[in-house]
Design a protein. Structure first.
Length: 305
């Protein structure tokens, strides 16, 4: 049976609509309403979170040590009791999911400010949206957990994360993604993350995100001279489970201020969902055009004979 070019393009277009929307073309108009319902439902979820009060942190690195022990990470080159690590800014690595950095305190030069750096566990994480195989997942409890058995190593999560949290084991023969998972196994059992439990000064608080925001607002209201009136993480990138209080403007502490307040998945959902289907549709489309061209050539040759 001869397939016309027009018929092929029509079928390919319909297949594209089904793959990209999950519905037939006539039903695609319902996507916007469904997306709004799903987004509203996500807002009603009561996530757990962590509030880090940097005015209380003394830089003891107990959080780092507890994190390493909990996740069976290798011992650092510099002992946890050494302050020499604060000589330069550090980032998280596959061997360190939580790190502390030291900053000068303009209000009190004798009392430096220490700031934790780790995965922010966004309310609507870009990394989970970008993951083609759902290796990263935002759980109802709040943590963004990682399933290494699903990961295919594409590293789209690393590109999409506004906080540069996921790290990849480039030097490993069997590389995986590495990052803080908020001690998910402890959280589901009603326990605190290991870093919170280990903090001797109570600089880290764990609880329902909404309640932590209220605590943060009360501290700012009751101590206006002590706190800068801003809760980092309340709105950044649509809100995060990790939130911070500081005595100075957070931009002085290397917090990323260019992430906006709109959840990243809302900016990129259309593109991210289209990517896997492009890989499916484009080769099929080219194959179909090749088939039609060759069929036409054969018909011409047959007519000449």
């Amino acid at each position: 049976m001869t397939v016309s070019r027009r018929k092929f393009l029509k079928v390919a277009g319909a297949a594209g609509c089904v793959l990209l929307t999950g519905r037939k073309p006539a039903e695609a108009g319902g996507d916007a309403q469904a997306a709004q319902v799903g987004h509203a439902g996500a807002k009603d979820v009561e996530f757990y979170g962590m509030l880090v009060d940097t005015t209380k942190c003394i830089g003891c690195r107990s959080c780092e040590e507890a994190c390493n022990a909990k996740n069976d990470l290798p011992k650092p080159e510099v002992s946890f009791s050494s302050d020499s690590v604060f000589e330069k800014k550090r980032d998280t690595t596959p061997e360190a999911f939580t790190v502390l950095n030291k900053y000068p305190n303009p209000k009190d030069p004798d009392k430096p400010i220490f700031v934790r750096k780790q995965c922010m566990h966004c309310n609507q994480p870009a990394c989970a949206t970008a993951c083609l195989v759902k290796a990263l997942e935002k759980t109802p409890e709040g943590p963004v957990k990682y399933n290494k058995d699903r990961c295919m190593g594409c590293r789209y999560c690393m590109v999409s994360c506004p906080f540069d949290a996921p790290k990849y084991e480039y030097n490993s023969a069997m590389p995986y993604l590495k990052k803080c998972v908020f001690c998910f196994d402890r959280v589901v059992k009603g326990e605190q993350p290991a870093c919170v439990e280990a903090c001797p000064e109570g600089a880290s608080l764990f609880g329902k995100r909404r309640e932590l925001i209220e605590i943060a607002r009360q501290r700012i209201y009751q101590n206006p001279d002590k706190y800068h009136p801003y809760i980092y993480g309340e709105h950044e990138a649509g809100g995060t489970s990790m939130m911070f209080l500081s005595s100075v403007p957070v931009e002085k502490l290397d917090f990323r201020m260019n992430v906006g307040s709109v959840p990243y998945p809302e900016k990129t959902t259309g593109f991210l969902y289209a990517v896997p289907h492009i890989f499916i549709l484009w080769p099929t489309f080219l194959y179909g055009l090749n088939y039609l061209t060759h069929s036409k050539d054969k018909e011409s040759d047959h007519g000449e004979k």
